[in-house]
Design a protein around this ligand. Sequence first.
Ligand code: ZN
Ligand code: ZN
Length: 129
Amino acid sequence: MTPGVIDNSLEGDVAKACINHKDAPAATMCHQCHVPVCRSCTTLTPHGSFCSSECSIQHREFGEKLRSGEAKAAGGGLALKLFLGLLVLVGALATIHVAARRGIRPAARIDLIGFLLQKVGGLAPGPTR
Ligand SMILES: [Zn+2]
Ligand SMILES: [Zn+2]
């Protein structure tokens, strides 16, 4: 016995009847709404076959939306990389500052945070006048 072969062909005939002509076998499936359509109902376009011109337009608009969405996602990825780079930089500066406060001289020389804190302290003499 070969299970599935006969059943599959039967199911295929039932499932793949044209939505407009129930006794006509479907030649293809609409790329947009996935309904089976016979050869005379098929609208052929460079993007694929559809049940109607409306579906082909919808499919094209959906594709354009998808492409713009991908472009946005790529931009977001770049922003995330920049943010992570900044985070690493701030982390490195903080490490240098901590080392400088512990009296490590090479760190004190490149301690940007300590330098900035000194500058801010010098510029702001306090509330007393
Ligand atoms: Zn369709
Ligand atoms: Zn048809």
